[in-house]
Design a binder for this molecule. Sequence first.
Ligand SMILES: Nc1ncnc2c1ncn2[C@@H]1O[C@H](COP(=O)(O)OP(=O)(O)OP(=O)(O)O)[C@@H](O)[C@H]1O
Ligand SMILES: [Mg+2]
Length: 214
Amino acid sequence: MPVQAHTIVGRAVEREVVNTFIGSIERGPAIMVVEGESGIGKSVLWREGLEIARRRSFVVLDCRPIQAEAQLAFTALGDLLDAVPDDVFAGLPAPQRRALDVALLRAEPDGEELSHRAVAVGVVGALCALARTAPLVVGIDDEQWLDAASQRVLAFVLRRMREERIGVLVARRPDVGSGPWMRASWTGCCGHTSGRAWVDGRPHSSSAARGAIP
Ligand SMILES: Nc1ncnc2c1ncn2[C@@H]1O[C@H](COP(=O)(O)OP(=O)(O)OP(=O)(O)O)[C@@H](O)[C@H]1O
Ligand SMILES: [Mg+2]
């Protein structure tokens, strides 16, 4: 019988890990990385994670970077923040809001060099404001194609997670890009030991979930 697009075959363990991970965001910051070779079903699990979060009325921000745009600064960040309501940005201090507006091409540059730190601090502020209204999931599929400017901002954000109900759900291929930034950034975050899963996918296996980010 043909498998329908929405039917997930197997993956019981991984799906349970994703489900548990999403639930853990209610208790504080969490990161999950689904890593594996092309075509093994990372995006299937990633999408299911976002759907679970939406069903629980979490806020979901997501992006799916592609190789052709990996050199374009702040592309992924722009996609991620696309669904953030204007009033969240309006609540940021003016220098952060202005830097974000310029980075996301909503405002003309004023001749000053763009402060990437102001952009990053603004993103922390915006995500924390959102997470006060409901648990927040930041979903990044194909993280290996994340542009460098967005990656630096997200690393900055991860290092500043404390008690916020913010979870980061990442799918990535292991052999491209610079995935270790996530481990390094997360290690710098204050001490939550729960809610960290590194899932090593194998096609339709039932027991590929493995341990925490070291
Ligand atoms: N457990 C599954 N049940 C049903 N279909 C699956 C499953 N895993 C993968 N597929 C199907 O296999 C194809 C590839 O899956 P998917 O796009 O999730 O792979 P991927 O690991 O994200 O690949 P890439 O690295 O290229 O992004 C899709 O058509 C998807 O629907
Ligand atoms: Mg994929």
